[in-house]
Design a protein around this ligand. Structure first.
Ligand SMILES: Cc1cc2nc3c(=O)[nH]c(=O)nc-3n(C[C@H](O)[C@H](O)[C@H](O)COP(=O)(O)OP(=O)(O)OC[C@H]3O[C@@H](n4cnc5c(N)ncnc54)[C@H](O)[C@@H]3O)c2cc1C
Length: 371
């Protein structure tokens, strides 16, 4: 690559890595941002972003209006048999619906405009942790060096082991999503979210985003992996039968990939700090247990990591400074990531019979509040 040594090399240009790169460049640090993908990336699927992310997104310099991100307040909870409903009230928008690719591209655009060196279409194959530098080895024997490394390579990255991290436990939560363009029906008049609770006796749920001319349906399934796909297909069929979505996307659902979620795995990890290295985003298990939300926690973990990295670059005892990341993220994020301390079997009947409980469930899901 080049012989230049950056202050920080960030591997992974998803929300975690791009946010880290932006925040470091705002602090006048030189940053290389490496991703195996090319940008702009095409991903038309819908994702929701918590309203709590708004100040951080603004700090990152991303204009939500230009993505565009559509605020939503219209949320309905359904019971698994679709017989019961509850409508949580939100004083402000509960969050925003975005096209996932548009959000990721906007973050990377801001990073490059801020002077970050984007190394795209380049897979980090290995990492060498030296005494004063970190070398990231790319395809074709290229190398990018930095004083510090921020690892933001997403769930299941093999680079974790190379950097001395235990793999986050793959909590028994499986995610599968289908996304379809609606061509035969009028576009959704306003963005809305349908959440189907109680898919099992644990916290499994389905989530359907109705966003302009698209519908995205996902399951977050705590049972066996092989059950996730049939559960998604059934969710899509039931939602169509109850006229919650205007088309039957069951067939597309059958082709959906089932992936393990690192939901709340951060809480179980001993450390997110290695030699000259910090671990953020999905790679570090920063995903909410209640809602499987990961975009805001990814950026939030990046914000805390960049404060720590910035301070570490100015001190001769940089490793001691880096170690403070372990306590700093826990103080700020642990409650947000943790499962609600309530048995779903006890809770769900209350959600469908008591408006205050429906509101609290809404706040737990979209704002990480405890029930
Ligand atoms: C089906 C599904 C639906 C979801 N929906 C939502 C939602 O609606 N709202 C929400 O908040 N969260 C959602 N999530 C979770 C969310 O997508 C993740 O938590 C979030 O993307 C984490 O961001 P990240 O930057 O840590 O990782 P990622 O977004 O996974 O980014 C990692 C990046 O690293 C790159 N990379 C990986 N390995 C290498 C390598 N060796 N070298 C170079 N680059 C590499 C990848 O190309 C990628 O760009 C969903 C997850 C799934 C699976």
């Amino acid at each position: 690559m080049t012989d230049e040594t950056y202050d920080v090399v960030v591997v992974g240009a998803g929300p975690a890595g791009a946010a880290a790169a932006i925040l470091l460049s705002q602090r006048e640090r030189s940053v290389a941002l490496i991703d195996s993908a090319g940008f702009p990336r095409e991903d038309e699927s819908s994702a929701w972003l918590s309203a709590q992310a708004t100040p951080l997104v603004e700090q990152l310099g991303v204009n939500l209006g230009s993505i565009p991100a559509k605020p939503f307040q219209n949320v309905t909870f359904f019971s698994a048999d679709f017989a019961k409903t509850a409508t949580p009230a939100f004083a402000e928008p509960a969050g925003y619906l975005v096209r996932r690719g548009a959000l990721d591209n906007a973050l990377v655009d801001v990073a490059t405009s801020a002077g970050v060196t984007l190394v795209q279409n380049a897979t980090a194959k290995d990492v060498q942790l030296g005494e004063s530098n970190v070398d990231v080895l790319l395809d074709g024997d290229k190398r990018v060096s930095g004083r510090l490394l921020i690892l933001a390579a997403g769930r299941g990255s093999p680079l974790l082991a190379r950097c001395g991290f235990a793999r986050p436990s793959e909590a028994p939560l499986w995610t599968a999503q289908v996304d379809a363009r609606i061509t035969d029906a009028a576009p959704a008049p306003e963005p809305r979210i349908t959440i189907v609770l109680g898919l099992d006796r644990g916290g499994s749920f389905g989530l359907i985003c109705h966003h302009e001319d698209r519908v995205s349906a996902s399951v977050n399934w705590g049972g066996e992996k092989h059950e996730a796909s049939p559960t998604l297909i059934n969710l899509c069929k039931m939602a169509y039968a109850h006229e919650i979505i205007p088309v039957d996307v069951g067939r597309q659902a059958a082709a959906a990939t089932v992936v393990a979620s690192p939901a709340s795995a951060a809480l179980d990890m001993d450390t997110h700090v290695g030699k000259h290295t910090l671990l953020i985003g999905d790679a570090g298990g920063f995903v909410s247990a209640a809602s499987n939300e990961g975009v805001y926690p990814a950026m939030w973990s990046a914000e805390i990591a960049t404060e720590v990295a910035h301070a570490a670059l100015d001190t001769p005892l940089s490793q001691d400074e880096l170690m403070s990341f372990n306590s700093k993220w826990r103080i700020k994020m642990a409650d947000y990531l943790r499962s609600p301390n309530t048995d779903p079997q006890f809770l769900l009947p209350l959600v469908f019979s008591n408006q205050a409980m429906a509101d609290r469930m809404g706040a737990a899901f979209f704002s990480g509040e405890n029930i």
